[in-house]
Design a protein around this ligand. Structure first.
Ligand code: RB5
Length: 150
């Protein structure tokens, strides 16, 4: 899978480990930065991850900040991005199956590396169910986005 991966300074250490882990599992990683430890602004990197996914240059996105909250808010401002903050494996796969989540956000100050890897495994292994009720609900979300994008 082609994956856009980004972080701010709060998430960069976990991002380095995730990058290696994803490549070891056969994924192609599009690095959206940041790469250094100096303080940066999470919206800059969330934007890059979300736009890369929304433009279909990547299949999925992963954005890591300190709590994951700012990253989630910022990613969801990009039309076409459907980002969720997931710190458990159930939400990580159900968010894809039911809601067609295409970007996952993680808080590096909240979860450890092994849990992050398990969450990402659930996220990347899941597919949108295409069930009628979920397609209908997703369409309502897209309608909401279109309405306020005018
Ligand atoms: C940066 O200090 C921190 O605010 C950021 O990583 C994130 O937690 C925001 O939600």
């Amino acid at each position: 899978m082609k994956i856009a991966l980004g972080a701010d300074h709060g998430g960069v250490s976990l991002k380095r480990l995730v990058h290696k882990h994803l490549e070891e599992h056969g994924h192609f990683v599009l690095n959206c930065g940041t790469d250094g430890d100096e303080a940066v602004d999470y919206p800059d990197f969330a934007r890059k991850v979300a736009e890369t996914v929304a433009n279909r240059e990547a299949d999925r996105g992963i954005m890591i900040c300190g709590s994951g909250v700012g990253a989630t808010i910022a990613c969801n401002k990009v039309p076409g991005a459907r980002a969720g903050l997931c710190h458990d494996t159930f939400s990580a796969h159900q968010g894809v199956e039911d809601d067609d989540m295409n970007v996952i956000c993680l808080g590096a100050r909240i979860i450890g590396t092994n849990l992050a890897f398990e969450i990402l495994g659930s996220f990347l292994g899941a597919k949108f169910s295409e069930a009628d009720r979920h397609v209908r609900r997703k369409q309502k979300v897209l309608d909401l986005e279109a309405h306020y994008s005018r």
